[in-house]
Design a binder for this molecule. Structure first.
Ligand SMILES: Cc1cc2nc3c(=O)[nH]c(=O)nc-3n(C[C@H](O)[C@H](O)[C@H](O)COP(=O)(O)OP(=O)(O)OC[C@H]3O[C@@H](n4cnc5c(N)ncnc54)[C@H](O)[C@@H]3O)c2cc1C
Length: 159
């Protein structure tokens, strides 16, 4: 029977984010209902690389900007934009470019790195609390580049 003394919360979306929020709220004493329009954990959280990266590369920056026109023209590229949306997205796009300035990039990467470190510890604690610590393994990550130039661009090394 539901405990009527507890505050009730509904969390919508049972991916990794919603499930983690629901778990934390329950741990803090709320009566939580987690709802999803489909099966839990079958959205983006199902089809990702399942890695927690400890080095953090910001999305904006000269190497991304240079690739952007080619991506936009490639039907299989990672970026696609409906032409009628171009004017609407412009303010966001200008902020995206500004975020790629070297000084700002460093700030973003430092903040991202500390967030990732925190996420690793939090995720480990959560898995232990639900009795599933074996679901996370700690391994390296192998990055493969086809050319020296690709490697240099990814690492921000001048040729
Ligand atoms: C190819 C790819 C690789 C990635 N690799 C990594 C990685 O290695 N490491 C990493 O940290 N991140 C990675 N990510 C990002 C990561 O997967 C997402 O940030 C994360 O899964 C988002 O979780 P979420 O719970 O917000 O979304 P989701 O997992 O998509 O969950 C949202 C849930 O909400 C439900 N929902 C949506 N609308 C409604 C509604 N109206 N009513 C009810 N339910 C609704 C959906 O059915 C879904 O189950 C990757 C992403 C992609 C696409």
């Amino acid at each position: 029977m539901a405990d009527e003394t507890k505050k009730r919360v509904v969390v919508v979306g049972a991916g990794v984010i919603g499930a983690s929020i629901a778990f934390e709220l329950q741990r803090r004493g709320f009566a939580v209902t987690l709802v999803d329009k489909g099966e839990p954990g079958r959205g983006t959280s199902f089809g990702n690389m399942a890695s927690i990266a400890l080095d953090f590369a910001a999305g904006s920056g000269p190497s991304t900007w240079r690739k952007m026109p080619g991506w936009l023209l490639d039907p299989e590229g990672p970026v696609w934009l409906r032409p009628s949306y171009a004017a609407k997205i412009l303010p966001w796009f200008l902020r995206f470019l500004a975020a790629g300035r070297p000084s700002r990039l460093r700030e973003i990467e430092d903040a991202g790195m500390s967030l990732s470190q925190q996420a690793l510890g939090d995720f480990r604690q959560m898995l232990e609390a639900i009795g599933a610590p074996e679901m996370m393994t700690e391994e390296g990550c192998l990055a493969i580049y086809e050319t020296e130039a690709e490697f240099a661009a990814d690492r921000g090394i001048s040729p």
